[in-house]
Each structure stands twice: as structure tokens, then as C-alpha cells.
Ligand binder design. Structure first.
Ligand SMILES: Nc1ncnc2c1ncn2[C@@H]1O[C@H](COP(=O)(O)OP(=O)(O)OP(=O)(O)O)[C@@H](O)[C@H]1O
Length: 973
């Protein structure tokens, strides 16, 4: 306070000197001050003696004081306000020692020692003689008054020398004064320039404030609108997200439905194909069935025709056929010279006549179906037997037996020997051959049984095994059905081939009871009966037959007396004859068509009942011996055979299996049921296919509807987006139009920019341009508009992939905007002035919306804008200037140099002002001490005054928010 007051006084003193008329002198009061102070006080008027007017000095405004209380051209206020605001401390000022500072002019310091007085005293003495000019006269007038009071006459010479020196000093002082005057003039001009700059800066600052307020209001409205749009956008984004999810779900469902549709289509296609195939197969099956039916009918007709013809042939030949076969003479008979009693000459013609010569030159002719001489072999015999094998497979019962005297070749004919197989073997072979031939048309099942009737007992030869003569179980004949007889417990060996059948027959034949007789070394003592059961199935019509073939090797008939049988052999012979007699009785009964056929008289006829009845075919081989000695047995056998041949068995009947027929009917019913079931399945499949097709169509329709719905929603969303954008644009345009209607809000900066932009001078285009510019401002100002567009351009997938992105992007932006609008602009300066351009407040643009100002104002505005640019650049933090920013550093260096020069000049100027102020205070108070203090402390004013005044100014600058950099530089300086 003390130094500040002193400094102010010093300035005031200088000001007073300027105000007063410089033609007068200032006298020193020796009693109130020390000599040094007096000299300084008296020297001061000399120093500030000038011709500058007060108005010039009053125009000077200390640097940084922009509040209008100084430098406004009112010198009276300046000179009086400074002491009143900062009163001088008289006590303190008197305590300040009078010391010679560095600011003391050199000529004062040089002149004082020479004259033995204080430097300021030199200025208190009047100049003795001066040079030409008004000033010299004036100085001479002053000097005459003081010389006559102090000097004596005897000191004339010394005075002359002193006057000379004083003149020189005076001339030096005049030159110094002239220099000071020029410096003061420069300072005044600079002061005036600075004052003008300050005015301009103040005007610009005011305009900036107004612009800032207007922009803040504009940004506030924009923020409100954008906030609403952001909310709307959020809602739309949420709606879009929901729609996207729905669309995805619908897409997924559509894909599933599509796959199901494809599967259904494939299924329908397959089903159609299957239906077509099934239909084709059904048609083919129907055609084949018809064809098969025709063929079957034809085949059945032909088969029936063949059977009928065959049966007619058999019938024509007789159901009981008798073949007569004569064995050759054996070796013994040839040795004995036995003669042949049988004549086969007539038999060679095929008539079947046989002539037997008796002992008494008589001949007896027999006629049989076939007569085989001893020369005819087994094959020849079988040729006539083979048709019976066919009849067996056709379902007829056949009985082939050999009858004859012992040793006449019955066994040889039926069984044969190795290399000459008999009828049994060949018949079986023929059976299997025909079965193989009929394979595919018929299916047969062959079983074989071997039994014997020995002593009127039925024995199963397959049970006894290979041990001949072993005791076997006795079997009985039972009638199982009408016309059908069966031996319960009889072994029936199933055979599938000729070898198996022959092996079984051989097994049973080996077990047959044989014995040695006089007529035959290996005479058969029993009736060996081979029963071949045939079960046939016509695969074409399902007809089944069950027939049997008896192959019987009867025991030899013999006369007991001739064979001289005794004991067992006799008994065997009696039983054999009995059974053969019973056979003869049956045949006789059949021949006479007796009502009663004695089948049960013997086991043999009982077993052959179904084969000797009228429904069977019978073939009898009557075996005879050619030996003349056996003519009686031969005639007996031939007579019996002739009687058998005369028997009419009637028409043979086919043995149809009724059970198989019913089974066939059952199978036919099942086949019909299966066909119905298949038809029902096909119908169900067709219904399922139709249902799936309908379902598929419904799903396709639903998918199409959903797709159309999604498209409508997307279109609606686009329209609402456009409406929202138009709403924002309209609102911004309205705000700008309102701002245009308020000309006092025009910014000089905008005015300058408008002047620079020629296109902005066209009012007609202004509105449209403003709309575009507004959009551009809205989009280029790094504000929410960017976020808005960015968000609007976000696809649902992006939002889904970064769900927090939108919110993070939105939230901080909105918050930043609120902070910059409410706090930064209205209540506090920006925390970081450098970020001001990146804030939400849009800076003035060259193509601003402001209308052009009048030309004079435009010039001022342009100048203010230039100054504002410089100030704005200074507002940015100077210490943190980027070293790489050469242009910015250069401009800042220039600005710093300007400020430094300005402050240096202020340092020089301020003591003068302080002295002026002090002088004014001294004039009003009449105290020279105050003036002296003021002048003495004037040197400290820049430092102390800068500290306090700079602090006040800094606070003001802080409030204004733009001059911080300058204040800081003041401190640094
Ligand atoms: N046609 C023939 N050709 C050659 N040899 C024959 C013929 N007929 C029979 N024989 C022979 O006569 C013999 C007796 O024959 P076989 O045993 O067949 O008589 P049989 O009538 O069966 O006698 P039995 O009634 O006692 O059994 C056998 O040795 C046999 O080889």
C-alpha cells in the first residue's frame, strides 16, 4: 500500500506538472525537507517540463485496466481517483530514506558533485544566461532574480565561470528535456493506440459475450431438441431392436417352416412317386394276375385234359393191369435138361398172348396186358410200369405187386439186383425225376415205410434195423377216414432224394424174413410191402393230393407137399397161402362185383383195401417159371392172373386233400384281407399327404404374411426416421430464423466472416443456405448430431453386437453438453481454455447466419475480430505450446514481444503519471513531502502496483475468461 500510494503520487505529480503552466518555477522549501529531497523536488519540474497538453496524458490508460475507470480521457478523475482509491501514507513516506536510485538521470548524478550541491538543487537555480529563443529569455529572467540576492560584487569572476557551466548544463538539460518530450510523445501515441485497442477489445468482448449468450441459448435449444431426439432415437432403437429380434425369430421360424416345407415336399414327392410306383405295380400285378389267371386256367384246362386223356387211356387199358413175366431157366434146370413149357412166339407181336404147353399135348393160351419173355430185361419191363409212377404223383393210389411161384423171380422183378434194378428202384427214380420235372409247379413230400406181413402179422421193418429176423412190434391197420387206412405207429421216413429213399428201402428189405426152401435158396417167407406216401401240392392252384404207392413183393406161393415144408416153414407156407387165397377172394369179389369185399380176411388184403378198391390203379406182375416141371404152378398163377385182369375197379378217383383245400381257401381270404389292408394303408398315406400339403401351404402363407408385416414395419420406421430428421431440421431452422430477427445478437466476428464471404450477402439465398449451413454446423461440430447420425446409421446387428455402445455413446455426450451449457458458459470459465473450440458451443463460422453490419461497424468489427483472434490465441495456455507447432510458437513469440514492449513502456510511463498525480496531490494538500514520496516511490509502482492491480485485473480477466494468458505474462515479466 505504501509503495502503491507512492507510485500513484509520483504519477500524479507528473500529471500536475503537465497540467500547470510550465512558464513558472517550483521553489524548494528548505525547512520541510532535506537538501536532497528539495533538490529532487526542484529537479522534477525541470525534468517534466514539456509542452504536452493534459488531454494527451489523460488519454493514457495503464495497461490492463479495461474497466473504464482509467484511460477514459478524464484527467481530473484520474488525478483525483488514484489518491482517493489509494491514499498516500504520509508517515510512511517520510520514513523512506532518500536514496539515489538507478533511475536518477546521469546528468544529475554527474552535476551534483561538481557544484557541491544535491543534484536536484541544480535544477532549482535559475539559469544565468541562456541561448536565443523564448526559453532563453525566460531563463534569463529567472536567473536575474536569484543572482542579485545571493552573490557579491567581488565574486564576479567566479560567477561568470559558474554561469558558463550552468549554461552548458542548461543546454544539456534542454536536450534531455527534448528527448524526454519525444519519448513522452511516443508513449502518448502508443498509449492512445493501446487505449483504442482496449476499447475495441472491450467492444469485441461485449459482442463476444452477447454471441456467447446467444450461442448458449441456441445450443441449449439444440441440446433440448437433440435430447428429445436421442430419447426418440433410443425408443426407436429399442423398437428396432425388438423388431429385429422378432424378425430374427420369424426368420428362424421361416427357416424351420421352409425346411419342414421342403421335407414335406420331398415327402409328398416321394409319396407321389411311391403312389405312382405302387399304382404301376398294382396295375402290373393286376395285369400279371389276369395273365396268370388266364395261364392258370389254360394250364388247369390242359392238365385236366391231359389227366382225362391219361385216365381214359388207363381206363381203356384197365385199372388192374396184369403183366406176365417168365424167368429164364436157371442153371440147375438147364443141367437137368428141363424143357420150356411156355411159348412166347405170339407174345412177340405185342398182343399179350401166352401159350403154355401142358403135359398132355394141350396148349392153353393166356392174354395179359404185357408178357415179358425171359430175354426181356428190367428196363423193358419198367417201360410199361412207369405210367403208374406218374399216376401216383397225380394223386392216385397205385399198387404194384408181384405174384407167382417161389423162385420165379418176384423179388428179381421188384427189387432186382445190382446192375439190374427192379420196379421199386426204377419207380422211385421215376417219381423223383417227375418231381424234379414239376418243380415250381408242384411241391411234393415223400415218406417211405417198409413193413412185412409175416405169419399174418404186420411188422415195421424200419424199426428192426439191420438185424434180419429180429422181433418187431406188431402193427394194426386202422381206418382213419372214409376209404383211407393207416397203420398207426408205422415209421414213415421222409426222403428228399432217390438215394435216401433207396437206402431206406434197402434197410427195410434187409430186415425181411427170408429162408431156404427147396425151390429157392433165399426164399421170401413174408410179404414185403414198401409204402411210398406222396403229398403233393399244386403251386398253381394250391391243390393238394395225398396218395400212396404200394410196392409189394409177395411171398411165393407153393405147394407144401412139393416143397416138403415142415415146422416153421410149413406154418409160413400155410400163412402165405392163406393170405394169397384171401387176396384171390378179394379179387374174385371185385370181379364179381360182390357187395362184400373180404378185405379183412388177411392182413395183406386189409392193408391193400384202399389200393384194391375201385378208386386205385393196380399192376400185378405174375411171375412164371418156364420149366415144364412147373407147368401146374404156372397154370395156376396164370389163371389167377387172368381172373384178376377181369376185375373192373371202376374209374380211378383223384385223392384230393380236403384239409389243404380249406387251408387254401383260408389263405385266399388272408390274401384278400391283406389286399384290403394295403388299400387302406395307401388311402391313409394319401390322406396324410394331403394333410401335409395343406399344412405346408398354411405355413407358407403365414411366412409370407410375416414377411410382409416386417417390411411394413421397416417402411414405417424409415418414414418416422425421416419425420424425426425433418422435425429437428425445422426446429433448428426456426431457431435460426428467430435469431435472424434479433439483429442485436449479431456477432462482429460473424459480421467479419460475412464480409469475407460474398455469397452471404445474398439475402435471397440466405434462408436455404442457412438451412444447409445449419445442418453442416449440426453435423460438423462434433456434437450430438454426429452421435445422432451415427446412431441412426447403426444397424441392428451392430447394436446387438455392442449393446452398450449406443448408451455409452449417447450418455457422455449428453452429459458433456449439459456441463458446457449450464456450468461452463453461465457460471464458471472453462476448466481448460484450450478445449473451448472442441466444446459444444459452436464457434462463429465464416458463413454465419448473421446479417451484414453497416460498413463503419463492419470495420470496427473486423478490427475487433482480429484483436479477438490474437487475444483468443493468447487465451490458450502459453506454457504448454507444442514445440512442433512452429507457426503457433512464432505467433506467440510475436505477441509476447508486443506485450513485453508494452509493459516496458508502461514501466517508463507510470513514474511520470505517479509524479503527476503526486504533484496534483501536493498542490491540493500543499505538502511537498507527499510529492517527494510519490516521486521517490514512483520506481516501485510497476512492481507493487502490478502485483495488486495485476491481481485485480487477473480476477477480472478470469471472470471474462479470455485474458488469463496476458495476465500471466505480466507476472512473468
Ligand atoms: N428174369 C430173370 N432173369 C434172370 N434171372 C432171374 C429172373 N427171374 C429170376 N431170376 C433168378 O431166379 C432166382 C430166384 O429168383 P427170386 O428169388 O426172385 O424168386 P422169388 O420168386 O422171389 O422166390 P421166393 O418167392 O422164394 O422169394 C434168382 O436167383 C434170380 O436171380
Amino acid at each position: 500500500m505504501e509503495e502503491e500510494g507512492s507510485g500513484a503520487a509520483g504519477w500524479v505529480g507528473l500529471g500536475l506538472v503537465s497540467d500547470v503552466d510550465l512558464d513558472g518555477f517550483v521553489h524548494h522549501r528548505a525547512g520541510d525537507a532535506s537538501p536532497g529531497e528539495v533538490a529532487a523536488a526542484e529537479a522534477a519540474p525541470v525534468l517534466v517540463r514539456k509542452t504536452v497538453k493534459m488531454s494527451e496524458t489523460c488519454d493514457f490508460i495503464p495497461y490492463g485496466d479495461g474497466d473504464g475507470d482509467v484511460g477514459d480521457g478524464n484527467s481530473e478523475e484520474d488525478s483525483t481517483a488514484t489518491p482517493s482509491d489509494e491514499p498516500l501514507d504520509s508517515a510512511g513516506s517520510s520514513d523512506v530514506p532518500c536514496e539515489e536510485t538507478n533511475d536518477t538521470p546521469d546528468y544529475i548524478r554527474r552535476g551534483a558533485p561538481r557544484h557541491g550541491i544535491a543534484p536536484l538543487e541544480l535544477f532549482s537555480h535559475p539559469a544565468p544566461e541562456v541561448g536565443p529563443g523564448a526559453d532563453g529569455a525566460q531563463e534569463a529572467t529567472i536567473g536575474s532574480g536569484s543572482v542579485h540576492e545571493t552573490l557579491h560584487a567581488d565574486e564576479e569572476k567566479g560567477k561568470c565561470n559558474c554561469c558558463g557551466q550552468l549554461k552548458q548544463e542548461y543546454s544539456l538539460l534542454l536536450r534531455e528535456k527534448e528527448e524526454c518530450r519525444r519519448v513522452l510523445e511516443d508513449l502518448m501515441r502508443e498509449n492512445e493506440l493501446k487505449n483504442r485497442e482496449c476499447h475495441e477489445a472491450q467492444a469485441s468482448l461485449h459482442e463476444l459475450k452477447m454471441e456467447l449468450m446467444r450461442k448458449s441459448m441456441h445450443v441449449g435449444s439444440l441440446a433440448f431438441a437433440v435430447e428429445g431426439q436421442v430419447k426418440e432415437k433410443t425408443r426407436w432403437c429399442q423398437l428396432l431392436k425388438d423388431l429385429s429380434e422378432k424378425f430374427k425369430a420369424l426368420k428362424t421360424e421361416h427357416q424351420i417352416l421352409l425346411q419342414e416345407s421342403l421335407e414335406c415336399k420331398r415327402f409328398v414327392s416321394d409319396a407321389t412317386h411311391m403312389t405312382t410306383t405302387i399304382q404301376q405295380h398294382v396295375n402290373q400285378y393286376a395285369s400279371l394276375e389276369c395273365e396268370f389267371k388266364d395261364l392258370k386256367e389254360k394250364f388247369a384246362g390242359k392238365t385236366k385234359e391231359r389227366k382225362d386223356l391219361y385216365n381214359k387211356l388207363i381206363d381203356l387199358k384197365g385199372n388192374i393191369r396184369v403183366f406176365c413175366r417168365c424167368r429164364p431157366l436157371n442153371g440147375d434146370e438147364i443141367e437137368e435138361g428141363a424143357s420150356v413149357a411156355v411159348d412166347f412166339e405170339s407174345a412177340k407181336d405185342g398182343d399179350g398172348e401166352l401159350v403154355v404147353r401142358g403135359h398132355v399135348s394141350s396148349k392153353k393160351v393166356f392174354r395179359f396186358d404185357s408178357v415179358f419173355s425171359p430175354e426181356e430185361d428190367q428196363e423193358k419191363v419198367f417201360e410199361k410200369t412207369a405210367p403208374f409212377a406218374t399216376s401216383v404223383l397225380d394223386g392216385y393210389n397205385v399198387c404194384i405187386f408181384a405174384y407167382g411161384q417161389t423162385g420165379t423171380g418176384k423179388t428179381f422183378t421188384m427189387e432186382g439186383v445190382e446192375g439190374a434194378r427192379g420196379v421199386n428202384y426204377r419207380t422211385l427214380e421215376e417219381l423223383f425225376r417227375i418231381i424234379k420235372e414239376r418243380q415250381g409247379l408242384f411241391q411234393y413230400e415223400i415218406t417211405v415205410s417198409v413193413l412185412e406181413v409175416y405169419n399174418e402179422q404186420i411188422h415195421d421193418l424200419l424199426l428192426t434195423g439191420t438185424q434180419p429176423g429180429a422181433t418187431t412190434k406188431r402193427l394194426e391197420v386202422r381206418q382213419v377216414a372214409e376209404g383211407a387206412h393207416h397203420v398207426p405207429g408205422l415209421v414213415e421216413a421222409r426222403v428228399t432224394s432217390m438215394n435216401e429213399a433207396w437206402e431206406v428201402l434197402q434197410t427195410g428189405s434187409k430186415a425181411r424174413v427170408v429162408g431156404s426152401t427147396n425151390a429157392n435158396e433165399h426164399s421170401s417167407r413174408s410179404h414185403c410191402m414198401h409204402c411210398v406216401m406222396v403229398r403233393g401240392e399244386n403251386l398253381m392252384n394250391g391243390e393238394e393230393t395225398k396218395s400212396k404207392l404200394w410196392l409189394i413183393d409177395l411171398a411165393g406161393s407153393e405147394r407144401v407137399a412139393k416143397t416138403d415144408a415142415q415146422g416153421e416153414r410149413l406154418k409160413e407156407a400155410q400163412n402165405i397161402n392163406k393170405s394169397l387165397s384171401a387176396l384171390g377172394d378179394v379179387i374174385s369179389a371185385l370181379a364179381t362185383k360182390s357187395q362184400h369185399i373180404p378185405f379183412r380176411n388177411s392182413k395183406l388184403t386189409h392193408l391193400l383195401q384202399d389200393s384194391l378198391s375201385g378208386e386205385s390203379k393196380t399192376l400185378m406182375f405174375v411171375q412164371i417159371s418156364p420149366n415144364e416141371n412147373d407147368v401146374g404152378e404156372t397154370l395156376c398163377s396164370l389163371n389167377f392172373a387172368s381172373r384178376v385182369r377181369g376185375v373192373e375197379l371202376g374209374q380211378a378217383r383223384k385223392q384230393v386233400d380236403v384239409g389243404e383245400l380249406s387251408r387254401y381257401k383260408l389263405m385266399a381270404g388272408r390274401a384278400k384281407q391283406d389286399s384290403k389292408n394295403k388299400d387302406a394303408q395307401i388311402k391313409t398315406m394319401e390322406e396324410t399327404i394331403q394333410t401335409l400339403e395343406a399344412k405346408n401351404k398354411a405355413k407358407d402363407l403365414l411366412t409370407m404374411n410375416l414377411q410382409e408385416k416386417v417390411k411394413e414395419l421397416e417402411a414405417q420406421l424409415l418414414v418416422e426416421r425421416k419425420i424425426a430428421r425433418q422435425h429437428v431440421d425445422n426446429k433448428i431452422a426456426q431457431d435460426h430464423l428467430q435469431q435472424q430477427s434479433s439483429p442485436y445478437l449479431r456477432s462482429p466476428m460473424a459480421e467479419r466472416n460475412l464480409n469475407l464471404n460474398s455469397t452471404s450477402e445474398k439475402p435471397a439465398l440466405l434462408h436455404h443456405k442457412d438451412m444447409g449451413i445449419t445442418k453442416q454446423m449440426f453435423s460438423d461440430s462434433n456434437t450430438d448430431t454426429y452421435s445422432f447420425h451415427h446412431l441412426m446409421s447403426l444397424s441392428p446387428e451392430k447394436e446387438n453386437s455392442h449393446p452398450e455402445a449406443g448408451g455409452q455413446l449417447l450418455q457422455p455426450t449428453t452429459q458433456n453438453r449439459r456441463v458446457s451449457l449450464c456450468q461452463g458458459a453461465a457460471h464458471r470459465p472453462p476448466a481448460n481454455p484450450a478445449s473451448r473450440r472442441s466444446s459444444l458451443i459452436p464457434l462463429p463460422r465464416r458463413n454465419s447466419l448473421m446479417l451484414p453490419l453497416p460498413p463503419p461497424m463492419a470495420k470496427q468489427a473486423a478490427a475487433a475480430a482480429a484483436a479477438l483472434d490474437v487475444i483468443t490465441e493468447q487465451c490458450s495456455p502459453p506454457p504448454v505450446v507444442a514445440p512442433n507447432d512452429k507457426a503457433g510458437g512464432r505467433s506467440k513469440r510475436i505477441i509476447n514481444s508486443i506485450l513485453r514492449r508494452s509493459l516496458q513502456k508502461k514501466v517508463i510511463i507510470r513514474p511520470a503519471l505517479a509524479a503527476q498525480s503526486g504533484r496534483r496531490a501536493a498542490a491540493t494538500q500543499g505538502g511537498g513531502g507527499m510529492m517527494t514520496d510519490a516521486g521517490r516511490r514512483a520506481r516501485r509502482v510497476p512492481v507493487s502496483g502490478g502485483a495488486r492491480g495485476g491481481g485485480v485485473q487477473q480476477n477480472r480477466d478470469k471472470e471474462r475468461g479470455w485474458n488469463n494468458g496476458t495476465s500471466l505474462r505480466q507476472h512473468n515479466l
